[in-house]
Design a protein. Structure first.
Length: 318
């Protein structure tokens, strides 16, 4: 078995970029972002506003973009010097309420939103909200990390057609935070979401040189944490072999439905668990056939092979 310390995965996990500090769970960022949006929206709408997190997930950029309708009110935020970007997607209902309230609408009533083509006036009236949302996310990141952000997101442009937007490669992982807003005494209701590639999150973790940050060994930013989790979730083929038997070609070609292949009685006590596909299997542990909860199962009769465990621990960095 080769030394996994030289593998690509091991090097990615072991590497800790300079100037990074670890980011806690995505839910902590989402919670602070929601709180910041609630405060900002109250000042923006000049009325009571509540914000509730409806979604926090990591998915592929291509899958996320496919579910966004056309047209949509999209704000693209970039960090200077980066090709990737973040995006805020305002629902048509939120665009309706933003325009209505900013044009003097009554916050004590809740008119039925109407879906229509977006105009230049709509985009102008929504721009300030997009800028405010980006600033809220920046504050949420700073509060979560406990340090200021040196490279900040800024609204670069607005778009209506999601097919004209590329914030990262199609297979890149992105984090999506969905927020539902409850606006005014009449409880106008609308949603929006912020979509951020994990590579952008990692860049946001760059801290100013003047900030002294102590990090535990092995901490290397949000991308490292995601890579570590991806390795832990990587599927591994495991096979339980009940018996091995040598047969002639003639015996095998004579088999038909109903034929019985003899297996020693001791076979159920001498199962072998192996890892990997056929032709490249590695012995993992010995086991015996049993049952649990009315289902067949296997019980280990010895500890797993230590060399295999050591190999796996090196890969996942533990």
């Amino acid at each position: 078995m080769s030394d996994s310390s030289n593998t690509v995965i091991a090097r990615k996990i072991a590497k800790r970029p300079d100037g990074r500090i670890p980011v806690p769970e995505f839910s902590a960022i989402a919670a602070r972002f929601s709180a910041a949006i609630e405060r900002t929206a109250r000042d923006f709408f000049k009325t009571t506003t509540g914000a509730i997190i409806t979604m926090t997930e990591v998915s592929k950029q291509s899958d996320t973009m496919e579910r966004i309708p056309i047209p949509s009110m999209l704000g693209i935020a970039k960090i200077a010097g980066l090709d990737t970007a973040a995006m805020i997607n305002l629902s048509s209902d939120l665009v309706f309420h933003l325009v209505d309230l900013r044009m003097g609408g009554d916050a004590t009533v809740s008119p039925m939103p109407t879906t229509r083509s977006l105009t230049a006036i709509d985009m102008e009236l929504c721009e300030d909200f997009l800028v405010g949302a980006i600033n809220c996310f920046t504050r949420a990141m700073e509060e979560t990390m406990g340090a200021p952000i040196a490279r900040k997101l800024a609204l670069a442009y607005m778009e209506q057609n999601v097919t004209q937007v590329s914030i990262a490669p199609p297979n890149a992982d992105v984090m999506t935070i969905g927020i539902n807003l409850d606006i005014g005494e009449a409880a106008r209701n609308a949603d929006f979401e912020i979509i951020i590639p994990l590579s952008v999150l990692d860049s946001l973790q760059s801290v100013r040189r003047t900030v002294e940050t102590q990090t535990p060994d092995g901490s290397g930013g949000i991308w490292q944490a995601h890579m570590h989790q991806a390795v832990l979730n990587c599927p591994v083929a495991m096979t339980a072999i009940i018996h091995k038997k040598k047969l002639t070609t003639g015996q095998i070609t004579d088999w038909k439905v109903g034929d019985v292949i003899p297996v020693p009685r001791t076979a159920v006590e001498q199962l072998e668990l192996v890892l990997g596909p056929a032709g490249n299997r590695i012995h993992f542990a010995a086991a015996r056939l049993g049952a649990r909860d009315e289902q067949k199962g296997v019980r280990l009769t010895e500890d797993p092979q230590q060399s295999v465990l050591d190999h796996l621990h090196k890969i996942i960095g533990t």
